[in-house]
Ligand binder design. Sequence first.
Ligand code: PEP
Length: 245
Amino acid sequence: MKKLAAGNWKMNGNTAALAEVQALLAAHPAPACDMLLCPPATLVAQMAAQAAGSALAVGGQDCHPKTSGAHTGDISAAMLADAGASYVILGHSERRADHGETDALVRAKAEAAIAAGLIAIVCLGETEGQRDAGDTLAVIGAQLDGSVPETATAVTLVIAYEPVWAIGTGRTPTLAQIAEVHAFLRVRLLARIGAEARGVRLLYGGSVKPSNATEIFAVPDVDGALVGGASLKAADFGAIVAALA
Ligand code: PEP
């Protein structure tokens, strides 16, 4: 399995930020892992053109479950693919919180993404209150069962475990807590999609930075990272890519 360093730019970046992509490609022309950036929708086509023929893949941050129609402000998976995307992040906790996205909706989006030829990165994670209450594995298990299409494969699906309380906060779970959740995810995924689950990349996300990437990547069943803030600067994201050798 090839590991994956994925960057989520969220609602950050304009055309000037594409200079960071140039710097990243210059410093890491042939990384050992797969390398992905998911910019705002406005930059997908430009970044994809910039990355053409390079080791960098480009992805979206969301898609609509339908292929087209009267859905003002939305974009479909096929549109992302047409713009040059090969991945899409789905069910990020910010979308679950800001837009009320349910597991069923995330699953419908994942099905649409896969049908359009995209790789779906399905995000799961507990809130701090859920962790404090001892509900982490129950919450994540339910999210996985509800959000992941049964027909997903090692090629079409990536899972990102992102504790909500670790996103953008500088706080991270202990390595033992990450290991516990990732081992649980592998077993739960085996039950959901069968043997294909062994090849599905399980990313950790939540305040990954150059200073903690190496120890997090050494945790069993951590097959890469979904990186927010530290993906905006080529130097930081490049260091994380290099740590995933
Ligand atoms: C994210 O947005 O998915 C994320 C993990 O953010 P950060 O790395 O900034 O915590």
